[in-house]
Design a protein around this ligand. Structure first.
Ligand code: NDP
Length: 286
């Protein structure tokens, strides 16, 4: 019988997951479909019920449903609990497991780019959902220190405080993302800068100039020459922050790798088979 996978979101038409997972299922000859499902938040409980009744093997979950789905599944993985968001549901013989593959997805994309994580000194820009997944994922890989910098420093401090109990020996702190000496000092110690604000997204001309201004305002000159810079935003593939880092001669990593690896992890959890990464990446780039 043809199995049905899908991605839940609202809206959902922009999602690249159907292309990526559809290509992977075809490549491995699995008799299955992967469909985008537009689910208004108030309809989510019915959708989860349908998922159970139809015996769907798994779904991805995207905005604005990643938190709302948490109480509707039967159990949460430690990653989903720490990140406080579910991006993957696995139907294990009728038990719905809520998981989060964003954190490990980012770590794997940095592995693939040859960026060392054990003992890393990390600066994370932003204090939203992506910053939370980043800090947890890198702490799980043994980062020594993680400084979360946000334009609202109280948000950064709150995130550091909330995550600390699930982050083992990694030292976390929150601070202001500004032109202060404190921020520059953190950058000067960093081996990795993770841009996880939405400031570098560019869907319009107005956002383009905003992204340029944001990149220009960052004191990237404070980073050591060996530091790597990753931007989680993948539209455009090379963001204004990455362009500035590249001009400085720093190693840069794009956000498509995180999207690819979070999808690959979900695929492996659903099917028990290694994900065909090259085919999935090509589908994302199309
Ligand atoms: P949130 O809305 O949860 O958080 C956005 C963060 O960016 C907030 O801390 C916000 O600060 C900050 N921010 C926005 N604009 C600026 C600015 N001009 N200057 C400083 N800070 C700013 O979004 P997410 O955390 O979920 O996502 C952030 C980005 O990461 C998205 O654009 C998304 O594309 C990307 N992403 C990529 C993924 C991947 O797989 N590659 C996965 C998930 C996200 P404030 O609260 O002050 O507004």
């Amino acid at each position: 019988m043809t199995q049905i996978f899908g991605v839940l979101g609202y809206p959902i038409s922009h999602s690249r997951s159907p292309a990526m997972h559809g290509a992977a299922l075809r490549e491995l000859g699995i008799d299955a479909l992967y469909v985008p499902l537009a689910v208004p938040p108030e309809r989510l409980p019915q959708l989860v019920q349908a998922l159970r009744e139809l015996g769907m093997p798994g779904v991805n979950v995207t905005l604005p449903l990643k938190t709302a789905i948490m109480p509707l599944v039967d159990t949460l993985t430690p990653a989903a609990r720490a990140v406080a968001a579910v991006n993957t549901v696995i139907n294990d013989n009728g038990t719905l497991i809520g998981d989060n593959t964003d954190a490990e997805g980012l770590a794997r994309s940095l592995d693939a780019a040859g960026v060392p994580l054990a003992g890393a000194n990390v600066v994370v820009l932003g204090a939203g959902g992506a910053a939370r997944a980043t800090a947890y994922g890198l702490a799980m890989r043994g980062a020594a220190r993680i400084a979360i910098a946000a334009r609202k420093p109280a948000e950064a401090e709150r995130l550091a405080r909330e995550l600390a109990p699930s982050c083992g020996n990694t030292a976390l702190r929150g601070l202001a993302l500004d032109a202060s000496d404190g921020f520059k000092l953190e950058l000067s110690r960093a081996s990795l800068l993770v841009q996880s604000t939405s400031a570098t997204l560019e869907a319009s001309l107005a956002q383009h100039s905003g992204a340029q201004a944001f990149a220009a305002s960052l004191p990237l000159e404070s980073l050591p020459a060996h530091a790597a810079v990753v931007d989680l935003v993948y539209k455009p593939l090379e963001t204004a922050v990455m362009a500035r880092a590249r001009q400085r001669g720093l190693k840069t990593v794009d956000g498509l790798g995180m999207l690819l690896h979070q999808g690959a992890l979900a695929f492996e959890r659903w099917t028990g088979r290694p994900a065909p990464l090259d085919v999935m990446r090509a589908a994302l780039l199309k």
